[in-house]
Ligand binder design. Structure first.
Ligand code: 3HC
Ligand code: NAI
Length: 699
């Protein structure tokens, strides 16, 4: 049974029972219809609807969305509840989301725990509510509040729901409270379908549309949701319901909804630790104290992420100036969090009290005191300059002072994790933890598994992700791991396109047109051209001399155009805003002339195609080499770390929509221009031959 029934005197108890979150599937819908009939035939006075386990109901079962809709449909279930001769009360704890919230809207009365989570997050899955929320919610809470919730997918607490009238009462025990409601209140309650949505002069649909376009760029569902709310105001309830249903079914089958569902399930799968951890079940102490070596851009962000999770942090810096910089950086983040209302004064003080900043060198006076602190450390993360020799020296110096069970990690962006591990007495305690800037905000955490990394070190990566609310993705060892290796391919393709005829602004516009919030050149200007430049110099000795090298970025660095921080990079920054800089175009033309290149125009489609093919090709190599465990992991890396549009489902999901045969054919054409760069990955060749998709590839 997906729904359990029992009665006590004249009160019926209907409990949704489909663990873990009571997703509403076809069986549950059937059972609910039967429950309405049961309550009526028993002549009950009231029915209390609640959820078993940790949730009221997390919404419709999204696993059904890949198949045709089967009856009974949820809007009919909600209708049946609403029009029943027996009044229903929703007793909400945990989450009442999407279809779960819609069931509650069909009831005559709603009681929630103050800490419940209520909302209609369908747009996050590329959908609109499909069981009446766009028509019932504005009738209940007014158009202005409904507009704040449905087109954004924002969820609110039970307490906030009470404040806007979404629920009638708050109680720690909603089921017990539901038993006590005056029968007169229930019998006089007007079903929402019989109410008018009314008008609200303060509501501007245009403003809501502008906001949706800005916040959820490229996505259809939020705009459709706004139109449906507009319909609630202008059409009858039945017409509104019909429009909602049509829109829901159309979106449910749309590429955007499929892509967003794919990411939703990939995210859930990624949080589950890999087999090595599951079979060995390594025991880890709870994370209490973390050392971060280097309190620069990354170190300070990483440190704050731990402080935010209530975990003690000691930052080790090389000198007084470094200590001062780290302290200031953390203070700046704390002040910004305070100013934005993310934390209050007490939380700011608590975070500050959990932090120590100390000298790294054990032989310095200040440094001598640190060893006491190192014995009780669970995890050390080094985040010093991207230099193998410096990192090795630091790791070797710290290992002897640590408890043998402490895990040691590196935040390196590119360096060989195995070489770093090899400098330790115990390389199995070493793992890569690649955070992204700003580390306290960006969700992605690449957990880099070296050849010696133990299950316990890997488990530490997952524990860190869980404590900090990050998205863990395991990567193997190679230059740049998953994300930066694909980024390098994107940049190489973009630079070649520049040299051959395009401009930074054209390339940025094309990628924004694809769905990125920012193009690759504007992004480089923000992060600084010096990092990529230093990386190119590191790769000089190993670069294949027959591979095409584009020197334009080097020319910019030579002219101290390091990006926004120096007022100029790929663009000019007379103030906060960028402007196109003719000097850059002169440099590009000059370099192209020197290389004897006859430049030509590239359309936006061509630019997108080149850059995306280059990324797909590199990603296919990464998958084939086993650096990424699955295509879905690559999708998560790109979506959570590199701004790939979520509604496209990630790079490999997008590649699967194109199909390996088409990708193969396009790469083969491009090989005429540059056979080395565009050489199709072995995986693409194989998938094109066997018609296998990337999502099902398992090494
Ligand atoms: N359908 C199917 N499965 C779902 C589900 C859903 N709506 N919601 C959660 N699950 C599954 C997850 O995939 C996961 O399965 P797994 O253990 O096999 O990986 C399991 O339930 C537990 O989920 P989480 O790991 O996400 O658990 P959390 O406690 O972290 O989060 C949650 C719980 C907040 C409910 C979160 O799962 C969530 O946001 N779910 C989606 C909510 C949603 O979008 N609802 C709207 C659905 S569309 C709809 O209702 C249409 C209607 O208008 C007609
Ligand atoms: P940074 O230059 O901002 O900070 C490095 C810090 O290390 C400095 O504060 C420096 O004083 C300190 N340091 C140097 N030697 C030290 C020593 N012996 N002991 C203690 N501290 C020492 O560098 P950033 O950008 O924070 O990078 C750090 C690491 O993180 C690098 O490996 C980098 O590749 C990686 N990374 C950087 C990202 C970025 O966007 N900046 C993103 C992801 C990873």
């Amino acid at each position: 049974m997906a729904v359990t029934l029992h009665k006590q005197a004249n009160c019926g108890f209907v409990m949704l029972n489909s663990p873990p979150v009571n997703a509403i599937n076809q069986k549950m819908r059937e059972d609910l219809i039967d429950a309405v009939t049961w309550a009526e035939s028993e002549g009950l006075e009231r029915v209390i609807l609640s959820g078993m386990g940790r949730s009221f109901a997390a919404g419709a079962d999204t696993k059904e969305f890949d198949h045709p809709a089967i009856s009974p449909h949820l809007p009919d279930v909600v209708n049946r509840i609403e029009t029943s001769t027996v009044p229903w009360i929703a007793a909400i704890h945990g989450t009442a989301l999407g279809g779960g919230g819609e069931l509650a809207l069909g009831c005559q009365y709603r009681i929630a725990r103050a800490d419940a989570t209520i909302g209609f997050p369908e747009v996050i899955l590329g959908l609109v509510p499909g069981a009446g929320a766009t028509q019932r919610l504005p009738r209940l809470v007014g158009l202005a509040e409904a507009l704040k919730l449905i087109p954004t997918g924002k969820t609110i607490s039970g307490k906030a729901a009470m404040a806007i009238g979404l629920v009638n009462a708050i109680d720690d025990d909603p089921v017990a409270a539901a038993k006590l409601i005056d029968q007169k209140i229930l019998s006089e309650a007007v079903p929402l379908s019989l109410m008018k949505a009314g008008t609200d002069k303060t509501v501007s649909y245009d403003t809501a549309r502008q906001l949706a376009i800005r916040r959820m760029r490229g996505q259809e569902a939020p705009l459709t949701a706004i139109s449906l709310l507009e319909t609630a105001q202008t059409a009858t309830f039945d017409d509104g319901m019909q429009k909602e249903r049509n829109a829901f079914l159309a979106l449910r089958a749309s590429p955007q909804a499929r892509a967003l569902r794919h990411i939703f399930f990939a995210e859930r799968a990624a949080k589950k630790p890999p087999k090595a951890i599951e079979t060995q079940k390594p025991t880890l102490k709870p994370l209490n104290h973390v050392i971060v070596i280097g309190g620069g851009t990354m170190g300070s962000g990483i440190a704050y992420a731990f402080l935010n999770a209530n975990i003690r942090v000691t930052i080790l810096e090389s000198d007084d100036a470094g200590m001062q910089r780290a302290n200031t950086a953390i203070d700046t983040i704390i002040s910004a969090s305070l100013a934005s209302g993310h934390i209050d004064q007490q939380a700011a003080t608590d975070r500050r009290n959990l932090l120590k900043v100390m000298m790294a060198q054990p032989d310095s006076d200040a440094g001598k005191r640190r060893n006491d602190d190192l014995t009780n450390v669970d995890l050390v993360i080094e985040a010093v300059f991207e230099d193998l020799a410096i990192k090795k020296e630091i790791l070797q110096a710290i290992e002897p002072a640590l408890d043998p069970n402490a895990i040691i990690a590196t935040n390196t962006s590119y360096l060989d994790v195995n070489k770093l591990a090899a400098c330790l007495d115990n390389p199995s305690r070493f793992v890569g933890l690649h955070f992204f800037a700003p580390a306290h905000i960006m969700k992605l955490l690449e957990i880099v598994k070296g050849s010696e990394t133990s299950p316990v070190a890997l488990a530490m990566g997952y524990a860190v992700a869980k404590s900090l609310g990050k998205m863990p993705v395991v990567a193997g060892v190679c230059d740049g791991f998953i994300g930066n290796r694909i980024l390098a391919a994107l940049r190489e393709a973009a630079d070649a396109t520049l040299m051959d005829g395009s401009t930074p602004a054209e390339i940025d516009r094309a990628m924004v047109g694809f769905g990125y919030a920012m193009g690759p050149y504007e992004t480089q200007d923000l992060s600084g051209l010096d990092i990529a430049h230093a990386n190119r110099r590191r790769l000089d000795p190993s670069r294949d001399p027959s591979r095409r090298y584009i020197p334009i970025a080097d020319c910019l660095v030579t002219e101290n155009r390091l990006g926004k921080k120096t007022g100029a990079g790929w663009y000019h920054y007379p103030d906060e805003n960028k402007t196109v800089d003719p000097t850059v175009e002169d440099i590009i033309r000059r370099e192209a002339e020197a290389a004897n290149i006859k430049r030509r125009h590239f359309s936006s489609d061509e630019i997108q195609q080149r850059l995306l093919l280059a990324m797909i090709n590199e990603a296919a190599n990464i998958l084939h080499e086993g650096i990424a465990t699955s295509a879905a992991d690559i999708d998560l890396v790109l979506v959570h770390g590199y701004g790939f549009p979520r509604w496209r489902g990630g790079l490999m999901h997008y590649a699967d929509q194109l199909g390996a045969s088409l990708i193969m054919a396009e790469l083969t054409k491009l090989c005429d221009e540059d056979p080395i760069f565009w050489q199709p990955s072995r995986l693409i060749v194989d998938c094109a031959k066997t018609r296998q998709n990337f999502a099902s590839y398992n090494k």
